[in-house]
Design a protein around this ligand. Structure first.
Ligand SMILES: *Cc1c(COP(=O)(O)O)cnc(C)c1O
Length: 347
């Protein structure tokens, strides 16, 4: 976007911050055959007695190859949650700045805003679950630091129209965070391919969904080198532990397996959606671009409880704006999906 000035958006204490310099920052060549007595580690080898690589170079190199984004435009965190929190702490001055979210959406944006003493302006999606571009732009001023676009959106499961996202990227005066936790299930292209055009863009992804690694907690953000270097300065030095880095490397090198699983989930999603359409208590099945399906039922609170009695736990989204009487079903494996369909038919 024209006239973009990153420094205007960064908190002043962050601009002047002197980052912690860890032992591994001061001497990086761990592969060399040296005696390492600089970090007060226990010298007896057990696989994790050494601190992990604070820059996560191997994981970033793999991601870089996979995604076509240079390593210096990648930041890793302890889940997307940490990455999002770092974004708040870099750009939002507590008790002064504000952010915009578009409900119904992922609940963590608001929680992180509250933790950081940042007000949230909520501009609900329209009836097609798309952003109201003009209303969003009307709210923006010099204190509106972040705009969260979750696409594909949780819980509505749609991807926002590219034209709308592009308008917002071009015209919103702060940072636009596009949360792509579900991008691997989507027909749409990732916005990481357009980072060069938009200096105000941060894309977040995760290994928790399509990559099947929710347990290791690895979140990723992609942005300009300038934005990444700011986030890098404030992250805890060893924020991604050794076990996580090892597991992530292993999984990222098994892209064929990951792709097969995604394909399987997408096939199951198609089957599940059409089966749901034939169930009498279900009034509407929303089209999904993610690994879950949002469906409107006759009485969400009642059906939620009845499913629990049948041993099936779904997410009740009835209290979310625009989601009255909606349940969210994660696409499981074939057996789980059949159990869900069978249970719903019995209600
Ligand atoms: C599941 C999910 C995430 C993942 O968060 P992690 O902390 O990486 O597990 C992020 N954003 C959205 C919208 C999600 O639904």
């Amino acid at each position: 976007m024209a006239g973009f000035n990153l420094n205007r958006l960064v908190r002043s204490n962050i601009q002047t911050l002197k980052p912690y310099s860890s032992a591994r920052d001061e001497f990086k060549e761990v592969s060399t055959d040296m005696v390492f007595i600089d970090a007060n580690e226990n010298p007896f080898e057990n696989g994790v007695n050494r601190y992990p690589d604070p820059k996560q170079n191997k994981v970033k190199a793999q991601l870089s190859k996979l995604k076509g984004v240079p390593s210096n435009q990648i930041l890793l965190g302890n889940g997307s949650d940490e990455v999002l929190d770092l974004i708040f702490r870099a750009f939002c001055e507590p008790n002064r700045d504000v952010v915009i979210t578009l409900p119904p959406t992922y609940g963590m944006y608001e929680v992180l805003a509250n933790v950081n003493a940042i007000d949230v302006i909520k501009i609900p999606l329209d009836n097609s679950f798309e952003p109201k571009v003009n209303d969003i732009l009307d709210e923006a001023n010099e204190r509106t630091k972040l705009l969260f676009l979750c696409s594909p959106n949780n819980p509505t499961s749609n991807s926002f129209k590219a034209e709308k996202i592009e308008l917002l990227l071009n015209q919103f005066s702060g940072i636009v965070v596009i949360d792509e936790a579900y991008i691997d299930f989507s027909h749409d292209e990732s916005w990481i391919n357009r980072l060069g055009e938009f200096p105000n863009l941060i894309v977040t992804q995760t290994l928790s969904k399509a990559y099947g690694m929710a347990g290791i907690r690895l979140g990723v953000s992609y942005a300009s080198e300038e934005i990444i270097s700011i986030l890098d300065r404030i992250k805890p030095p060893y924020n991604v532990n050794e076990l996580t880095q090892l597991k992530a490397l292993e999984r990222l090198s098994q892209q064929d397996t990951v792709n097969k699983e995604i394909e399987n989930i997408l096939n199951e999603r198609t089957k599940l959606a059409s089966a749901l359409n034939d169930i009498s208590i279900i009034e509407n099945v929303y089209p999904s671009d993610a690994n879950f399906i949002l469906a409107r039922v006759d009485d969400a609170n009642r059906r939620y409880q009845e499913l629990i009695l049948k041993g099936i736990v779904v997410r009740n989204r009835t209290n979310q704006p625009l989601c009255e009487n909606c349940l969210r079903f994660t696409v499981g494996n074939a057996e789980e999906n059949n159990l869900l369909i069978k249970a719903l038919k019995e209600l």
